[in-house]
Design a protein around this ligand. Structure first.
Ligand code: PHE
Length: 339
């Protein structure tokens, strides 16, 4: 028995633990549920009474030695693992997830570039607007039937406040506060109380243009719009102006560009007309100039308003307006490579 104990003690001392596998084998052999020390304990019965105590103590000492050795090595192994992770500076880092710009921003920015090349500045105005700047000042007094063209969200607390229905509200603000001549564009979000569908939303984006100076004519408007269309859609783009009505411009027109997909031959997107509507425009009504304190006998001007969501849908062939506000990563990811 003593011999066996000595032999096991030697084995424990000399056991080479050089990895996780060896550590596990050591554990099974000396500390596991069927370990060799247990067998020694069961043999203790055959030892003469007077020796039992001493033998029992020796086996216990063996057990402690095995446990100590195991604890020390498993601690070392854990430490090694931790330090390995924190100091290996050669490991490649975690990749950053690159974002992409929203198609509305991409379109806005490229339109801003195009107009800044011909001297237009960028103006901004509030989205919560008062009645004067959104309607009355723009020749749309209370009860004017044309107010019906734009279903409005009013602010309950103060019926004079509303969410602007168009960026034309900023026309009024710029005219009231700026020196003449004025040559500016205004990109921004607008709101209308409409049911949400693939073709309409309760908020969308417009880009307003305003040019006021002495002797600005309809020909200037046409030429500016043609310049924009060819810069944005390509040098072969054509424009078409259809007579229309807006209370703040006279004469007024809807602006169409030749269909970018079929080059005007007719396709599903342009509903076989060859033309795509992208906004409204006209000569600023003399009443509006007067409302802003500008002398209409001296100054004239033109204004236009583009639908940015519509232009983005045409440019990227997006068939559902809702995609532009849902922020679905699978949709947005597709604009990664676009500037
Ligand atoms: N504000 C008009 C709309 O939202 C568009 C427009 C702007 C028309 C400027 C003429 C001049 O429908």
């Amino acid at each position: 028995m003593e011999e066996k104990i000595k032999e096991l003690q030697k084995q424990i001392e000399e056991y080479q633990i050089d990895g996780k596998e060896a550590l596990e084998n050591f554990r099974i052999q000396f500390l596991g549920s069927k370990n060799v020390l247990k067998m020694l304990f069961s043999e203790i019965k055959s030892v003469p009474n007077e020796q039992r105590k001493a033998i029992g103590q020796s086996i216990n000492a063996l057990k402690n030695a095995a446990q100590n050795k195991f604890d020390q090595y498993s601690n070392d192994a854990n430490k090694e693992e931790e330090t390995n992770v924190s100091i290996d500076l050669t490991l490649p880092g975690d990749a950053f997830k690159l974002g992409s710009r929203h198609p509305i921003s991409i379109v806005n920015e490229s339109i801003i570039n195009i107009f800044s090349n011909i001297g237009f500045t960028v103006s901004e105005g509030p989205e919560v607007e008062d009645d004067w700047h959104n309607f009355t000042g723009l020749n749309l007094p209370d009860e004017h039937p044309a107010r019906d063209m734009q279903d409005t969200f009013f602010i309950e607390k103060n019926p004079d406040w509303l969410l602007r229905t168009h960026t034309s509200s900023v026309q009024m603000r710029v005219m009231e506060s700026n020196e003449l001549p004025i040559r500016t564009i205004t990109p921004g979000r607008v709101y209308r109380n409409e049911a949400i569908s693939a073709r309409a939303h309760c908020f969308f984006h417009q880009l307003e243009g305003l040019y006021i100076d002495e002797s600005v004519s309809f020909a200037d408007l046409k030429q500016t719009l043609l310049y924009f269309a060819q810069e944005f859609f390509g040098e072969h783009a054509k424009i078409r102006l259809r007579p229309s009505y807006f209370p703040f411009t006279e004469p007024s027109a809807e602006l169409d560009v030749s269909c970018t997909l079929c080059s005007g031959k007719g396709c599903k997107v342009c509903k076989h007309t060859g033309w795509l509507e992208i906004g409204g425009c006209g000569m600023v009504d003399p009443n509006v100039l007067k409302n802003a304190g500008i002398d209409p006998t001296k100054y004239t001007g033109f204004a236009f308003g583009f639908g940015i969501d519509r232009i983005a849908m045409l440019k990227y062939q997006i068939n559902d307006l809702r995609l532009l506000s849902e922020n679905d990563i699978r949709f947005l990811d597709q604009f990664k490579a676009t500037w």
